[in-house]
Design a protein around this ligand. Structure first.
Ligand SMILES: [Zn+2]
Length: 325
């Protein structure tokens, strides 16, 4: 009990001394909204490797139910973009459900489940692979949905189609789609001049944008970086062509201004993790902005660890006493 009192006094005094110094301009504090962005890939209706990026249909439905039951409303990237640029209203607990690669399972399994619940999603497709079950070497790949299926999902309003490049979803060497020399994802090759890189990346991304617009009717606004990989010279090009970009860096961002739409962190969903537990791990309460200040200050003073240790002890004893909520 003594420890708890001491801890509270410490927190309060730190907060009082520091609140003026830590106060951000009002324009920044007002209207920031934390939106968790989930990253899904393939879905199977048979058992899968628990830690891989493919999840079971059962897990997917459990995740959607959990989000629904805790009051989350699924939005799309265009809603987030509208909010950031025009402050168009968002629901109380917005969440963005994204899929990468464009697997046919997204159409066959995810789309009906989303539709049934009135939920929405954003799917980023690899241009060359749309409708394909084999790569350019003739090797079988996980089947991808067709342009007709993409159009149907997009027309329904349930899914928006975004870009995952035209043919830069490769680890390097000859690309899987058009057999061109490429680097790791959208990154520059070691031997490539900046000019050649700029030309190559621009050409690929423009092809992706044009294809999606021609087949689906809307140009993509966002790019999901293959493997989450990018560098500064990449951003100079992607920021010109897209209103936002997705990474696979874990986290939840508080969105406020235009720059927050770029290099957005995502929570990658696995079969063996609860989506709500993952969100809780990274979520910062928008109603407690001063909490961020306190945490930052404790870090600066180097006493964050000590406080963490103390609260651990308190939490443990609360747990042993059966008072943990
Ligand atoms: Zn991918």
């Amino acid at each position: 009990m003594k420890t708890l009192g001491l801890l509270m006094m410490l927190s309060i005094s730190i907060f009082c001394c520091s609140s003026a110094a830590l106060q951000a301009p009002e324009s920044e504090l007002q209207g920031a909204v934390s939106v968790p962005v989930l990253g899904f890939h393939n879905i199977e209706d048979v058992p899968v490797s628990p830690s891989g990026s493919t999840i079971t249909l059962k897990r997917f439905c459990m995740d959607l139910d959990a989000l629904e039951n805790t009051g989350y409303t699924a939005i799309q990237f265009k809603d987030l973009e509208n909010w950031v640029h025009r402050r168009t209203a968002l629901p109380a607990k917005p969440i963005l459900i994204t899929f990468d690669d464009g697997y046919v399972s997204n159409y066959v399994m995810a789309y009906p489940e989303l539709k049934r619940r009135g939920m929405k999603a954003s799917i980023s497709v690899i241009g060359w692979s749309v409708g394909q079950s084999f790569n350019s070497k003739g090797k079988p790949i996980i089947p991808h949905f067709s342009w007709d299926q993409a159009r149907e999902m997009s027309d329904s309003g349930v899914v928006e189609i975004q870009s995952h490049t035209y043919d830069l979803h490769n680890v390097g060497g000859l690309s899987l789609g058009t057999r061109q020399r490429v680097g790791y994802g959208v990154q520059r090759m070691r031997t490539e001049t900046l000019e050649a890189y700029s030309k190559r990346l621009n050409a690929d991304l423009r092809q992706s944008i044009e294809d999606i617009e021609a087949h689906v009717g809307n140009a993509p606004q966002a790019l999901a970086y293959p493997f989450g990989a990018y560098r500064n010279d990449t951003k100079a090009i992607t920021h010109q062509l897209f209103k936002g970009t997705f990474t696979i860096t874990p986290g939840v961002r508080a969105f406020s201004s235009e720059q927050d739409l770029y290099e957005i962190p995502r929570i990658l969903v696995r079969d063996n993790t609860s989506v709500l537990a993952e969100i809780r791990k990274y979520m910062v309460d928008d109603n407690l902005p001063w909490m961020q200040g306190v945490v930052q200050l404790l870090g600066l003073l180097g006493i964050g660890e000590a406080l963490w240790f103390l609260t651990n002890d308190i939490r443990k004893s609360r747990f042993l006493n059966g008072s943990e909520q």
